[in-house]
Structures are given as structure tokens and as C-alpha cells.
Write a protein that binds this ligand. Sequence first.
Ligand code: ARG
Ligand code: ZN
Length: 849
Amino acid sequence: RKVYLNDYKPFGWEVEQVSLTFRLSPRGTRVLSRIAFRPREGGRFFLHGEGLRLISAAIDGRTVTPEVTDEGLTCEVPDRPFLWEAEVEIAPEDNTALEGLYMSNGMFCTQCEAEGFRRITFYPDRPDVMAPFRVRIESDLPVLLSNGDPVASGKGWAEWHDPWPKPAYLFALVAGDLRAVRDSFTTRSGREIDLAVWVREGDEDRCGWALESLKASMAWDEREYGREYDLSVFNIVAVDDFNAGAMENKGLNIFNSALVLASPETATDRDFERIEAVIAHEYFHNWTGNRVTCRDWFQLCLKEGLTVYRDQQFTGDMRSAPVKRIEDAAMIRSRQFREDNGPLAHPVRPEEFIEINNFYTITVYEKGAEVVGMLHRLVGQNAWRAACDLYFERHDGQAVTIEDWLAAFRDTTGRNLTQFMRWYSQAGTPRLSVAEDWDGQTLTLTLRQHTPPTPGQQEKAPQLIPVALGLLHPSGPEILRTQIVEMTEPEEVVRYDVGALCKAAGLKTERPVVSALRNFSAPVMLEHDQSPKERAFLLRHDTDPVNRWEAGRALSRAALTAMATGGDADPQAWLEGLEAALTDETLDPAMQSLLLSLPSEDDLAQSLADAGEAPDPLAIRHAVEAMQDHMAETLEPVLTRAFEATAGTGPFRPDAAGAGRRSLHNACLTLLTRRDEGTRARETFARADNMTASLGALNALLSVGAGKDELAAFEARWQHDRLVMDKWFALQVMRASPEQATEVAERLTQHPQFAWKTPNRFRSVIGTLAGNAAGFHHPSGAAYDFFADWLLKLDPVNPQTAARMSTAFETWRRYGPERQARLRATLERIAASPGLSRDTGEMVARMLG
Ligand code: ARG
Ligand code: ZN
């Protein structure tokens, strides 16, 4: 059944107070609830509830017999404030969906966002019902945690009180035999907060980075947004079985253990960076999400887009802002554009859904963050901060909408944001074309925008697009610094008096080189015909790092797509530009490493599809390998120098500078391994004292079909470490040849450690197969069948993760007739399979269109 944004109606009662008692037991947990309701509009009294065995219910002490269905209960209630009491029984041990209260390695834990609380007890499980919670946990387990501040505890029980009114999706409970690693943080108003990361015995030495990241996040939010923490404790728990990355439950964040635990020996630089960002993300939700929450789930981007934007700012501050911006722009361009241009396209704020869990997407999160970033850039830093302050002040303790968010900006700046609102309501990626006209004196740019139709939205209106532009003199210097054109119409013309600009700079008047959409100023697809010469020039001279990188990308993409289609490929400009970048000592190694990276095979497939050609993933793989050979051959001396210059010095520290050096080192190693039969990679592997180095070397070896012994040595060393073993599983599938990928994945599913009900492990094998584009789309069709079989096996056990993985098929229409027919048949087979979950059912139906 579909839910629509336009059908929103507030709940007819206010919840004044919630008290819960949990008598924990794996097969029969009893949950006792006491909920104080006060009538507002009233209406039909309905409480959500799924999979609950109702033991008893009473109103003001008098037993009632409500009418119970699969989705909840209805009951006659008095027309005055009343106390609802109920007792239900649930079986956490049988909960494989990992939604509600479930078990992981003997530990009880919860995941309630979006609609998991209804699997714990009967409740108005909607984000606009906010209430203070008291929780009592009874269990023999030594550690009993819930939201808020600890009140009291004794042998076999503990009580918690969360004074801040919150929606049920932020409820959390953890009980287990856990160890704490503790620290503390003093807020700017002088309150001391006890911080703890709770983990299984043996993981204590991997919590330091999470705690450092947490303290840095707390200080940053005070400094940048004036937001202080508001409870006496902040707890983080690491859980091995988790559908998502992490969850911002009030005062009790629960994390996928892969996003908390880190040591130099077991985690890569990427892991350290992600942990820092996700810790920050969940912490920042305390204000953007928890204190001010969403009125309904259509407003998910209200908290997610804003919180992602804040964590991006944080990472930019902690590390390199340009590198972070390039990575974010690259992710939007590849993965978000893919979603926006396929059958799953939806607005940043969707208007209908069947299963909300299917809308925790890159569009809601990352495009949502881009929209927030555009707003920031449009109003400027001072107004941004003032509007955020106003938003927090106005809506603290409320559940609000995107309209409320934008109203804070309208009221701060006086700006009319009606057109800007389209970024939230209109799906699809706008195409922005730039046409140049040069008359020897004046440069005329004609900007045109249009957004192609998306499912359910045929007609598109023009967006407000901030287009950041700069001009460079062909001799190198910038003659026009970044300027923002606020485009509002389908077509606009901008003129530059280049004669005057050149004169002012003391330069001869010449046709300038245009740098458009600097800093990726809007999430649009730029269509700007530039010659390889101009691109090579921008790669060398642009003052904007994002466009410098993009110029390189455009060059390598053009060469690769030509190679993949048997066309005329001339990688000369790309290789020369790359050589210059690698020898440019002013460039940060992280930036050099980014410049060295090639577009992903999926990006190349999309580029070909955009150009109206059916991509052949095998041809793309061959093109990429040929290009790597070419790069390794022509650039061998520079690569060798960069490889040696970045060789390990001193102990591992997970900071941006060290990570940048190691990233460049690994990128060079991967290419050089194509020339030295793996000598350097074997040496590196043998000497490696950190995971970034070992995995980098192993990756280089596997990518040339070597590394058998190293793979075995790695397994022998790490077989008892589940997080490292996830990497071992994934790397083999990722690096398998197109012919062998399915076989490799298949063999790994027979490995004794292939615990398919654990989402991380499932993703590391099955999910990674979809990431090996040439293997997944091998013409035999074996991967499609294998993937679909596993999806159908997982679906009844864990629909949420199965549905998410089904997006591997979202690009099916871009391929040629044979692959398309196979993909369609596979999707139809999934769609027709009996008992398919609502989650996967919705996804497959949307993909089939
Ligand atoms: N709110 C969490 C976060 O972004 C993610 C929750 C994911 N839940 C889901 N149903 N997919 O930090
Ligand atoms: Zn979030």
C-alpha cells in the first residue's frame, strides 16, 4: 500500500510520557509499556504494532480488548487524558530482519529507524509524535544501556531517563557482555560529558580513533554551529550485524562495527576517514534530526541532507577541503546521476512510497546535501549561520518540514525561495549546456538547461542553478575570478568584456579558456564542448581544484570510451597532463592520487549510454586495462619516483597527509605492478605494517592475476578477524577476471566463514560481485542468476538488505538487447517469486517500470 505526502494528518493525541520495562530473554522478551496520552483532535485511536504477541492491555487500570491486525491495533478510548498500559512478547533471537529488537553475538540491540519501534511495542510509531522516555531493563547481562541519562541500577536491572522529547525511531536499547573504552569532553559551558565506546572483549584497542573523532565532532559543532551536547553521557555501541552504517539514537548511537573499530593493522586510511565522518554524522544528528526532527518520512532529507552536508564540512576542515569536495562531486556524478537517470529516480523529497526503507538513497542523502550546500553558497556564510540559528531556535523540540527549513532562510534573508524549492520536489538531473561565442573582444556564453522526464514526472520546470564560472588567459593566469551566475530561466546569455579583463591583467587580448561549474556549484550534468587542448590546459592551470580534476577526468573518459568502442583514442593530452601533475611539487599527494585514478567501469558505461551507445562491460574492462598498461609504460619513470618518494616514513598515523602519501603510493604500485611482474608489490606486502599497505599490495597483485600465496597468507593471519576477513572476501570478488568472477563468488559462499545472514559478509561477496561490472555483466548471464538466487534467499530473512542490493539491476536498460533481455527476465523472475517482501517487491516493480 502506498503512502502519500499529501495525505499527511497529525496524530490525534499527544504523548506526554512513555515508560517501558524490558524483561529480556532471547525467545520471549516481555515489553511493558505505560504511555500517557492527552487528546488533541482525537479520531480513530490506532497504535502501530507488528509481530507482537499481545498479553494484556489496559486503560487507566481497566483491562481492554483492542482489535489487533497485522499492522497494529485500534481501541475505544476515553475523551480525556488517559494512561495506556500494555504487555507484549517478542522473540529477539528470531529477528533476522535486524529491525526492532534483535540479537547479535549474544547481545541485545535495536534499530528503530524508520519504522522498527512498532516491532517492539504498540505505539504511534511516527516521527511527529515526540515524548520523553523512561526505560527499565531487566536482564542478567552485565551491561544494560538505553537513551538519555542513567538513573539507577542494581543487580540484574538498570533505569534510564531521556528528558528530551523524541520520536520512537530514536529509541535504543543494548544489553550484553560489553567492555567500555572511556573518555570525556567538557562542553563550552563547562559541563563534563562521559563518553564511552562499548565493544566485545578483545576489541578495546580499536576504539581510540572513534573517541578522538567524537571529541573533534563535539568541538566542531560548538565552534561552527554553536551547538552543544545536552545529556551527561554519550554512548556508542559497536554491533556486527547491522543493516546500515550507523544510527543516531539519542545519547546511544549504534554503529556497524566496521564503522567504529580501527587500528593501523586492521583498518585502511579509507576506513579511518569514514569512521571519522560517520561518527561526526551521527553526532551532528543530535541537533539536525533529534532536537529538530522530521514531521513525516517524506521529510527524510531534512535531517539527512543537512547532516551529510555538515559532516562533509567537518571532513573538509579536518582533512583537505579540495580533496573532499572532489570526492563528493565524483560520487554524485557517478552514483547519484545513475540513480537520477534510471527507473529509481525520485525527488530529494519523495511524494509517495510503499516502503520508506527503500528511500534511504544517495538522492535523499547526497543530492540532499548538495541542495543544502547550494543554499549555503547562495546566501553566504553570515546568512547561513543566522538562518541555521533561527531554524534551531524556532523548531527546537519540534517535528518539521522542508518548508519550515526554507522559511528560516526566507525570513533571515528576505529571499524568495519558491523556485529553489524545486530542488526538493523535482527528480532528475538537469542538463546544463554552455555554448561559447568569441568575436575577438567579447566572450558570449549561452547557458541552457533542461531536465529530462523521470518516472511519474513528465514535465520539468527550470531550476535555479548557481553556475560558478571563471576565465583563464591561454598563457595561464586567471583573468576572471570565480563568479556565480544565478540561472533561473531555460536559457540565459552572459557576456564578458575579455578585452577589458586582459587589459586589466596586463595581458594581450586572446580568447580565454572557460572554467564552468567550478567547485561543482550545482548537481547538474555539464555539457560543454572543450577540446583536448583546452582540457589539458585546465588540468594544468585551473585555479579551481574540482575543475582541474574534472578536466583530467574528461580527458581520460574520452580516451577510454573511444578505446571501448573501437574508436580513435588519443590519450596523449591525458598522459602529458598527468605527467605534469605528478611532477608538480606544489600538488598534494592526495590530489595527485585522485588525478591518477581512472573513471570507474560503471561511469564509463554510463557515459556511453548518455552518448546513445549500448556499453559493453567487457570492452570497457579491456580498455581500462589497456589504458593502465599505457600509463604504466609511458609514465614508468615518474611513477617510480613518486612511488619511492611516498615510501613509508615513521609510524602510521591516520591523518590526511599520511593517508594522501599512502594513497599515491598504492596508486603508483598498482600501475608499476603491470611492469615488474609483481616484484615491488610482493616486497611491499611482506614488509607492510599497516592494512593500507597490505591491502594495497594485495590489490595490485590480484589485479594482474597474481597474489595466490599472499591471499593465503592474509587469510591465515586474519582468519579470526571478521572485519579484516570482509576485506579478504571482497577483494577477491572485485579483482576476479570477468570470466571467473561468478565462480570466485560462488566458491567463497562455500567458505566456512561465509555467514550470509550477517549483512557485512553478504555484501562483501554478493554485493561486490555487482561492483565487478565486467564480471557481473559477463555475457554468460551466470552472475545475474547467481545474484538473483542469493537475493531471493536473503529476502525472507532480511528484506531491507535484499531490497537495497536489488539496485544492482537499476541500470538494466542501458545495455544491449541480449543483456537487457536477460536482465529483464531476471527481474521478472524475482518479481514473480512467491512471498517476495514488500521492500524488494517495490524496488523490482519500480525497476521494471
Ligand atoms: N539515520 C541513519 C543515518 O543516516 C541511517 C538509518 C538507516 N535506516 C534505514 N532504515 N535504512 O545515520
Ligand atoms: Zn544520517
